[in-house]
Design a protein around this ligand. Structure first.
Ligand code: NAD
Ligand code: UDP
Length: 320
């Protein structure tokens, strides 16, 4: 049994990861400031003797002092808003959690001799001029726009990881995560799958931004969580950046139509202005994940959407 620290534990990915680690029999300490995450995401494990929840803001210097006496084997640093709606509302906080926060968690890993995984993002590639995106592509990020607080903070977070790997020999791994979805995303999260599914199930207009020709590649959460754990486990991945995403690409218009079809919804599609700096394409090259981790996604969009729609439908029925 390992003692594993997960930041962002009450968020979408964090809560799925915590549940998976506890089911595997590990002792987990979840840290979260409940800014975008919600305690109910952790309801299933709240009373588990293997789980301890600590409410704290990891950008504060003393936020990890409570761990001083405890051995720690692994640290997953997932804390950070991820939806453009939330990271733009708290842009400075987003910069701090990915820089100062990353520094505090890397220090913890150094002192404890723990392995460390950082949740970076496909946004590190910005609005890519190379398609699809391998890890070697250095990206095209606008530093002077509404997405910069997230994209550049994640890039600097990666730099902290590089320094702790090269200077302090911390077993650091960086996951560049591409769009991941399932239930567990708040209905008001603002990201495309939660918006479209909620809108379709409640008969509201489905809001396509721009003409919907921009593309994304969607990974179901179970595939992502398996990828993160394999990345943590694999020593050959120390000091590596690895894309974790599904390489099947869809236009946003295709996603809207698929959600409409799978929910059998009468909702209309409406076209709203495309947000500034919205990347036009995004698709991961996952050769590195295949070679080093022996990982690839198993759940396609249609299958994943059906599971997601069932969960959202049940959730909406519960609250109505
Ligand atoms: P989320 O918003 O659901 O979860 C993030 C969690 O971090 C929340 O529970 C929030 O309360 C917590 N948090 C934020 N700032 C904090 C702070 N200062 N101290 C402590 N806790 C804090 O987002 P998510 O989708 O679960 O994303 C998790 C991580 O994965 C993020 O780092 C995100 O950038 C990265 N990521 C996610 C995706 C995706 O598609 N879900 C894609 C790329 C990268
Ligand atoms: N999008 C959309 N309608 C919505 C929400 C998002 O058309 O209601 C688009 C958005 O403009 C982007 C894509 O869907 O092109 C993915 O957006 P999301 O916020 O989920 O993640 P991003 O990849 O942009 O960070």
């Amino acid at each position: 049994m390992k003692h594993i620290v997960v930041t962002g534990a009450a968020g979408f990915l964090g809560s799925h990861l915590v549940k998976s680690l506890i089911h595997q029999g590990h002792q987990v300490t979840g840290i979260d400031n409940l800014s975008t995450g919600v305690a109910s995401n952790l309801q299933e494990v709240a009373h588990s003797p293997l789980f301890f929840f600590h409410e704290a803001d990891v950008t504060l210097p003393d936020s990890l002092d409570f761990l001083v006496e405890q051995p720690v084997d692994e640290v997953y640093h997932l804390a950070s808003p991820a939806s453009p709606k939330f990271y733009q509302a708290d842009s400075i906080g987003t910069i701090w959690v990915n820089t100062r926060g990353t520094y505090h968690l890397l220090e913890l890993a150094r002192v404890k001799g723990a392995k460390f995984l950082y949740s970076s993002t496909s946004e590190a590639y910005g609005d890519p001029e190379v398609h699809p995106q391998p890890e070697s592509y250095r990206g095209n990020v606008n530093t002077w726009g509404p997405r910069a607080c997230y994209d550049e903070a994640k890039r600097l977070g990666e730099v902290f990881c590089y320094e702790y790997y090269t200077k302090h020999s911390v077993s650091v791994k960086v996951a560049r995560i591409f769009n991941t979805y399932s239930s567990g995303l708040r209905n008001d999260d603002g990201r495309v799958i939660s918006n479209f599914v909620t809108q379709a199930l409640t008969g509201q207009d489905i809001t396509v931004y721009g003409d919907g020709s921009q593309t994304r590649s969607f990974c179901y959460v179970d595939d992502n969580i398996r990828g993160l754990q394999q990345l943590m486990a694999e020593d050959q991945a120390n000091g590596e950046i690895i894309n974790i995403g599904n390489p099947t690409e869809y236009s946003i218009l295709e996603v809207a139509n698929l959600v409409k079809e799978l929910t059998q919804s009468d909702s209309n599609l409406v076209f709203l202005p495309l947000p500034e700096d919205d990347p036009k394409v995004r698709r991961p090259v996952i050769d590195k994940a295949r070679e080093i981790l022996n990982w690839e996604p198993e759940i396609g969009l249609e299958e994943g959407l059906k599971l997601t729609i069932d969960h959202y439908r049940a959730m909406l029925q519960e609250t109505s």
